[in-house]
Design a protein around this ligand. Structure first.
Ligand SMILES: [Zn+2]
Length: 387
């Protein structure tokens, strides 16, 4: 059983709204209604699905087995063309959400279930929506510790956009928002390497994570390129690479020249010390997993609300900031501050909120141990230089 205390609604004040507004199984109405959005939020112990409607509607709910699925038929419903009707969720409770125009007057929304303990459905008004909470068996028993690292700071502005937006300011704001979101879960403890505009050396950042005995380390950055057209989102983990583009990103974040970066690759002794324990401690595999969850959540969430989001996939390179981390660790490049359009997005509160929310979602999914295919950009396998 999930106790009332553990049940933590996503929106503040929701409990009050539920008691005032819920009517089950639906609210009868004469006219038709549009399905205007379908979204979901993953938490370690439950997944919330929200079907937004333009008007109140009657609906029926039915659960079918083999495979286990739950569907909702919304009467006198029409599905808006612009909304996403196929959402792969892939956590331990929910495989996917599908929606479509079942017949002329019915919209059907199907939830493909995984291992589910309980389902609660509430219809709410203002705005009109159907809220479905799916409870799984997953219990995050241990209190997880996460260190969020906002890149740069103080005299180091990081990359600077054409309109003079500073990477250090954007990533600090995203990190603070991320801390706030993750801290809503009583099982998660969040630490920041910096919570204000101060300079912290790269090697100190993982040292903070190690000293906190953190379970995860996530470094947040904004990308930059001399090519103003370059754009997109990518997530890195630490490994040896000879990929020119990945090396450029690492050289910039490491604050060294590309020449020095390349020279470092030839210094076998130095690299062996730096990368020596990667494989032994399974950190690399876990970092790949974490990177995938974050990258996929970001691309999926942002694509839902913004056009032309580019998925640059999961990559690897030698980032100083990830060296020596004793836990799965990744570096997220949230967008290109050097691209005028993405700089504009990065300057917006709504976009930063969305970035934080999607990174949080990726982290939570990783922690709940959801099955997920691991993919990385480029051709071939992740190579170890000694192989
Ligand atoms: Zn950076």
């Amino acid at each position: 059983m999930i106790s009332k205390k553990k049940y933590r609604p996503f929106l503040p004040g929701l409990i009050v709204l539920i008691s005032l507004l819920f009517v089950l199984p639906g609210i009868s109405v004469a006219g038709s209604t549009d399905v205007t959005d379908i979204s979901y939020w993953s938490y370690p112990d439950y997944t919330r699905v929200v079907i937004s409607l333009s008007d109140t509607a009657e609906f029926i709910k039915k659960r079918l087995s083999n495979p286990d699925r739950l569907y909702f038929d919304i009467r006198a419903g029409r599905i808006r063309k612009e909304i996403k009707t196929n959402l792969p969720v892939g956590n331990s409770m929910l495989k996917a959400i599908r929606a479509g125009q079942f017949d002329e007057g019915t919209v059907r929304v199907v939830l493909d279930l995984e291992k589910v303990k309980d389902v609660k459905v509430i219809s709410m008004e203002d705005p009109v929506r159907i809220v479905i909470d799916i409870y799984g068996h997953t219990v995050v028993s241990a209190r997880k510790r996460i260190v969020i690292d906002a890149g740069h700071g103080g005299h180091d502005p990081g990359a600077v956009g054409p309109k003079k937006l500073y990477e250090k300011d954007v990533v600090l704001d995203v990190a603070l928002k991320l801390q706030k979101l993750l801290s809503r879960d009583p099982n998660i403890e969040v630490f920041l390497t910096r919570d204000k505009d101060v300079f912290i050396r790269l090697e100190e950042r993982t040292a903070i994570a190690n000293s906190k005995n953190a379970d995860l380390f996530v470094s947040v950055h904004a990308n930059a390129s001399p090519n103003r057209a370059a754009k997109g989102i990518e997530t890195y983990f630490l490994n040896w690479t000879d990929d020119e583009e990945a090396m450029k990103v690492a050289a910039r974040e490491n604050q060294i020249s590309l020449r020095k970066m390349k020279k470092m690759l030839g210094e076998r002794d130095v690299l062996d010390v730096m990368l020596g324990d990667l494989k032994r401690e399974f950190k690399r595999d876990e970092s790949v997993k974490l990177a995938n969850y974050i990258q996929k959540a970001m691309v999926a969430d942002l694509t839902r609300n913004y056009n032309h989001i580019v998925d640059l996939k999961v990559k690897w390179a030698l980032f100083y900031v990830l060296f020596g981390a004793k836990m799965p660790s990744v570096l997220v490049e949230v967008s290109f501050i050097s691209n005028p359009l993405e700089e504009r997005l990065l300057s917006r509160e709504a976009y930063r909120n969305e970035l934080a929310r999607s990174i949080a979602e990726g982290i939570v999914k990783y922690m709940s141990g959801s099955p997920e295919g691991q993919t990385v950009a480029g051709v071939g396998e992740i190579r170890d230089r000694r192989e």
